[in-house]
Design a binder for this molecule. Sequence first.
Ligand SMILES: C[S@@+](CC[C@H](N)C(=O)[O-])C[C@H]1O[C@@H](n2cnc3c(N)ncnc32)[C@H](O)[C@@H]1O
Length: 437
Amino acid sequence: MKKRSSRAVSAQILLQVLDEGKSLSSLIPEASVQLDSQDLPLVQEITFGVCRVLPRLERIIQQFLEKPLKGKTRLVHCLLLVGLYQLLYMRVPTHAAVDEVVNATKSLKLEHFRGLTNGVLRRFLREQEAILAIVDKHWQTLHPEWFVNKLKQAYPHWREIIEANNQRPPMWLRINPQRTERADYAGLLGERAKYPENSTACIPPCALLLAKPLPVSQLPHFEQGWATVQDAHAQWSALLLGAENGESVLDACAAPGGKTTHILELAPQAEVIALDIEENRLKRVTENLHRLGQQAKVICGDATQPETWLPEGVMFDKILLDAPCSATGVIRRHPDIKWLRQATDIAELVALQGKILHALWQRLKPNGVLLYATCSVLPEENSEQITRFLQAMPDALAGEMDFCGEKVSQKQFFPSAEGGDGFFYAKLVKRANEETR
Ligand SMILES: C[S@@+](CC[C@H](N)C(=O)[O-])C[C@H]1O[C@@H](n2cnc3c(N)ncnc32)[C@H](O)[C@@H]1O
């Protein structure tokens, strides 16, 4: 089968993100069948990159067009985004890049717009300096206004969070202590490993930073389960949960299984249930368990209704609730989140998180631990959610967590250049019955 132009496919993907609200992580695997395998990284680079800097590219287009391209011509607009991104951010020879984008009008059946596409991109090349002087006159957050306002209200260092979100994410590995030691694995990677050598930062004991991102096929013994790709801050989850062999553990929102497999690396004989509402995403949990040679019971079900998938009376020693959230802590990894999320989503997510928290609490044994986690930086989903829960539940206590000697009952992480992503943790302990009387 003849494969399609990477620029045309990129424009179609962007149209679906921006106008249909679909995510890059679902669109890119779907589109990959239309592409030559060597074009996939290019499409990824273009589509993620455009989402990262979208407002800047939009302003450039505004300098050229009197009226915005609407309706059926939105695809031409997306093709211009692709072209401008290449010219500004990628090391491709400029005239070849313009030709590729202009030729993509044919494969998109937009030949009428060949002249316009060519004109805009070539004029940009000629007038780049003057245009960028106008476009870049003021600092741009490259984020939606509603989100910037929420950050401003919550944190004095909001600009730092924005700047970190606008960078490319580092790649972290979690080294499996059942297979090897972190230092030995770093030795196998040689110069491709960067961290934690000589670092004093507080990072989890099995976390290892790569000098630059690599495909997993280039990671030594990846298929044998020696390493898993997981952000450094996400690696606190299983450590803080502290599950032990023989304990019953629920990983309540488990897919794709990054934290389920970590729980089992630390306690291989724990009896783990990995639950998720999305059947499709659960396939990834099964694949990950298989790669790591681990056992867990994988269940498709709704965490707000444990009675529909768990027999009455069954209780857990430990529950990890890695709650569905705004994902505003991982924007640098998923820059499309900036354009997919709406301000109105947040209240809905807060309500869902609260519902899951209350439902699962009923299934926690006395003295049991529930670890609440999100990859959000918004207090509504994090500290405010937990404060409300502790006020409502007399049998809930704030448990202590230890981050390299810093003892706290809640922890908000923010994204940083060579650090982890934005993440939140709160440990909740259930009082034994006698204590509540
Ligand atoms: C943050 S992701 C989980 C990531 C996962 N813990 C990991 O480390 O790989 C949140 C998950 O919650 C699931 N989810 C959303 N609503 C749910 C519900 N009502 N019951 C169970 N799972 C739900 C989503 O399908 C999604 O997979």
